[in-house]
Design a binder for this molecule. Sequence first.
Ligand code: SF4
Length: 362
Amino acid sequence: MRRGACPSLAAPMETGDGLLARLPPAAMPPEAWVALAEAAQRAGNGLLDITARGSVQLRGLRAETLDLAAQLVPAEWPRGALVMTSPLAGEALDETRDPRPLATGLAAAAPPGLPPKATVLVDGGGALHLAAETADLRLVARPEGWRLGRGGEWRDAGEDDTAFAAALDLLRVMAREPRRQPMAGTAGPPPEPIGLHRLRDGVALGLGLPFGRVDAETLIAFARASGARALRGAPGRALLAIGVPDADALRRHAATLGFITDPADPRRRVAACPGAPGCAAALTETRGLAATLAPLVPPGALLHVSGCAKGCAHPRAATRALVGTSRGLGLIRRGRAGDTVAEMLDPQDARAVLAREFAAHA
Ligand code: SF4
């Protein structure tokens, strides 16, 4: 696969637990999620991830099961990851504008030659806006029209048709020019996906996946019980059940299945990448450690447990980071996984050390 390209079913990525393929966030009917989970069971290792951006990953695929996976994943599931919309696009009651026509048009008209990881955000606004996400090109809904941003420069782009033309011009420039630095999202906490969201027609229920992971059996049980119009991955390693008949009953059921139903759940204050053995680059196990340490993390703090200095689960600074190094487990205070290690820890002592660290933080 090309360096920097997103892993897909056509070009999966080698990891510690086999090949990994990523599908972009998409609102799909529950039966499509059941089919996806069955693909994970039959062609992969039965584990799925929802990423920080709401994409879905199948793990543990093998060269000889890729064709089967491609057959089992619903054909309607979008494959292109260029254009991303706000997760309740066209549904949220508080949305400023419906981003779907622009997003669909741009995805279809995108010129060849764009950088492999180019991202265009079409943000309709509302509570689950995309302001915190990094992108090469941003279209943000305002009541008076779209705002178009690239490279830190913003301009008014008017209604859908003029915004489409202006964005397409910039995509053509991006296809010709060397890649500029993407525009970082706004600082500050991103929107909270967990909980109830009012729709034009009904409600959506947002749930968290512990460290972004769910097994296929659990996902199938949830999808079948949801009664939702659609399910969608959402930024924040969350799953949205859109248009549910009885949100309270579904929330209780989701809790019994192991989903996170409360935004104050301490696991939401820990970012942890797959670590060993899931990632070939990992120098330590991560998620077991993260689950053990989560109750120690106070509200307002963030613990990052990273298998190596790359820091995939949280590229920004965390209150404390534990990182796998060739020398063992390193502790970083107020930094990123790649920053200088303040001290090395014996994993046996991690609980006691983190309790002390977070007591001092409080
Ligand atoms: S941070 Fe390192 S160990 Fe974790 S997923 Fe990324 S490359 Fe793998």
